[in-house]
Design a protein around this ligand. Structure first.
Ligand code: CMP
Length: 141
């Protein structure tokens, strides 16, 4: 089925000037960027986005890192977009990420891991709505 997923290019990858390289991987895999915005999250923005992790030991560092510099948030659309994006990203910890994946090629460590992607259809709908209004979504068809 055609799905939508939320992608974030994290502060480490933005600092590396890798926005274009990462978006190219999505496009080359058949995903379309149907919305995109660059912004710097506040710690509260990051905290709200990652609220599901609020009891995890890494929550504080995660929010600090995600608000440490600009990010590019986007919505990717395509056949099986959620799983396809996760495949392109590779494992959360770049040490475990398969060769050729975005995290293997651009990530530093489990915190500065270059990209975020929604992990399910329910999460994707919630995460997309966190950043984008309906009129900001621009599907081709
Ligand atoms: P992301 O997909 O953005 O979702 C939550 C983030 O928390 C994750 O990527 C990692 O960057 C970060 N994180 C830090 N430590 C851990 C951990 N032990 N397990 C999962 N995620 C972690």
């Amino acid at each position: 089925a055609v799905e939508r997923t939320l992608s974030i290019i994290k502060p480490d990858a933005v600092k590396k000037n890798a926005i274009g390289a990462i978006l190219s991987r999505f496009e080359q895999a058949g995903l379309q960027v149907i919305a995109a915005r660059m912004l710097q999250l506040s710690a509260a923005d990051a905290g709200g986005f990652y609220a599901v992790h609020k009891d995890r030991p890494f929550y504080g560092e995660l929010c600090a890192f995600m608000s440490s510099g600009p990010v590019l948030v986007s919505v990717l659309e395509g056949e099986g977009a959620i799983a396809k994006n996760r495949e392109l990203m590779g494992a959360t910890n770049p040490k475990d990420a398969a060769p050729g994946t975005i995290r293997a090629d651009f990530a530093e460590n489990i915190d500065a891991n270059a990209v975020h992607g929604s992990d399910s259809a329910e999460t994707a709908a919630w995460e997309i709505a966190y950043f984008f209004s309906k009129r900001e979504l621009c599907p081709r068809s």
